[in-house]
Design a protein around this ligand. Structure first.
Ligand code: CLF
Ligand code: SF4
Length: 473
């Protein structure tokens, strides 16, 4: 289900939950499983990186948002062709990345086809990697059709994170998304195909939950096809024990050659996506920090370092410094303790719940406000209200403001438009020109919290705003 160059949409998920939640918000055994997983914990995504190896090209279904010449849309974004790897090549790549990226904590296989249909290659890759790199977590993503056949092996291999892409629980809707499936040596079409897929997805989900595997459900939001329906999907997967739900926008373009792209099916607007995500919020935990990454993505979620690790760039001999990897993890534990102290120092606000502050943050990691405005490639968006600070999502900046040391006016107007709904923008540093443009648009630029932790800073800003202008005033 994912592939080295996608065509549709796809990805994995978390939110006020498996995401923003910190150690004190979670059962210790669950925290132990997610604390180093950047997709299952929003908090962890500030510190840890994942990588995918595109070793599984075969798929057993057809999604209308996928063109297999490109990536699987279920777990990545469309548009870029990348290398397909043999398991041996995949292992070399993982070791090379681990040797130079101490943040690497998770190896995911998400395509370019279906990780479970192409099981021999997936298993061979995982088996070889854990022998060489025992501190890595294994993660996989699947369309679910072959899932019930592999649950025993998944558990035996200590894979405790599995993503299933579930776009429907009603086969009538499924028939509009999946033209055919290939199951037990036979091809099925239409309603029957969707019914079998649905039954296998639910069975696989139940089996994994019963064995204690953390299941994330990805759903591709397709306007006019499954938008309202995803709220029912959310309810159902929550009832069955899914850990996270990730509602992702369909990415559709005729250039990708997919059925949806060629027939003009559009993706949702940001407002349409948010509406469905908000409606799901009371259901299972929602992931909001997904970046819809590629089947060969490498690095922290907001970055893609895949081009640094193509086969031709891998070193002949690879030596992993395990002491360095361990030291990095100890360093993160120390940072987490500091962050917990910072959170405790924030006094709860007694204010009307109606007071809301929306804030954009420029960060380059470590859970800190540590990025210059001009260098930001994305903003993290947070909401503060009387109940606390919550993460709303990431917004990508297509062309950063500072290019070659100079500010780009055309980029600036796009960046201002990108965060126009925000009340403030927190960064490490900002120049006079962008400061003025943001202020003129009603977005207060603030660098007073440079190099401080993100959420406590937003809470402090919120408290200050409330003190300056009480809600009752
Ligand atoms: Fe990869 Fe998926 Fe595992 Fe993460 S991605 S298989 S759970 S290691 Fe993550 Fe990428 Fe979103 Fe997926 S940001 S698309 S949620
Ligand atoms: Fe493409 Fe769907 Fe197969 Fe993934 S599961 S490779 S999106 S057809």
């Amino acid at each position: 289900m994912m592939s080295p160059n996608l065509t549709a949409s796809g990805g994995c998920s978390a939110s006020a939950c498996g995401s923003a939640a910190a150690p004190e918000d979670m059962a210790p055994e669950v925290w132990a499983k997610v604390k180093n997983h950047p997709c299952y914990s929003e908090e962890a995504h500030h510190y840890f990186a994942r990588m995918h190896v595109a070793v599984a090209p075969a798929c057993n279904i057809q999604c209308n948002y996928c063109n297999r010449k490109y990536d699987c849309a279920n777990e990545s974004r469309p548009g870029v062709v990348s290398e397909r790897l043999t398991p041996e090549q995949g292992v070399r790549k993982v070791l090379a990345v681990a040797a130079s990226v101490p943040q690497l904590s998770v190896l995911g296989i998400a395509g370019p086809g279906d990780a479970l249909y192409d099981w021999k290659k997936t298993k061979a890759t995982f088996d070889a990697v854990v022998k060489e790199l025992p501190d890595i977590k294994l993660c996989l993503s699947t369309n679910g059709l072959a899932l019930p056949d592999h649950v025993d092996e998944i558990v035996a291999m200590n894979i405790d994170h599995v993503t299933i892409t579930i776009n429907m629980i009603d086969p009538e809707i499924g028939a509009k998304i999946y033209p055919w499936i290939f199951h037990q040596h036979k091809r099925y079409e239409g309603l029957e195909a969707a019914r079998i897929l649905h039954e296998r997805q639910m069975l696989g989900l139940d089996m994994l939950v019963a064995r204690g595997v953390l299941v994330k459900v990805n759903s591709v939001l397709i306007p006019g096809v499954n938008d309202e329906h995803l709220i029912e999907v959310n309810r159902e997967v929550k009832k069955r024990g899914a850990f996270l739900h990730n509602v992702m926008p369909l990415i559709s373009d005729a250039a990708h050659g997919t059925h949806f792209g060629l027939t003009g099916q559009r993706g949702p607007t940001a407002e349409e996506l948010k509406k469905v995500q908000d409606a799901c919020e009371g259901g299972t935990k929602l992931m909001r920090h997904c970046r819809q990454c590629r089947a060969d993505a490498v690095g922290m979620l907001g970055e893609d370092r895949g081009q640094e690790f193509t086969l031709d760039k891998l070193p002949e001999t690879i030596e992993i410094d395990f002491a360095r990897r361990e030291a990095y993890r100890r360093q993160i534990e120390a940072k987490r303790e500091l962050a917990a102290f910072a959170r405790m120092e924030v006094k709860p606000m007694e204010t009307k719940p109606s007071r809301v502050l929306t804030v954009a943050v420029a960060t380059k990691g470590d859970n800190l406000i540590n990025q210059h405005f001009g260098h930001a490639k994305e903003f993290l968006i947070y909401r503060a209200d009387a109940l606390g600070v919550s993460f709303l999502g990431a917004r990508k900046i297509d062309d950063q403001y500072c290019q070659g040391g100079l500010g780009e006016d055309s980029s600036l107007s796009r960046i201002v438009a990108l965060i126009r709904d925000c009340d403030a923008m927190l960064c490490a540093k900002i120049g006079g020109c962008p400061w003025g443009e943001l202020a003129a648009a009603g977005i207060e630029p603030i660098d007073d919290y440079a190099h401080e932790f993100i959420e406590p800073s937003i809470a402090a800003l919120y408290a200050k705003r409330c003190a300056d202008a009480p809600a009752d005033a």
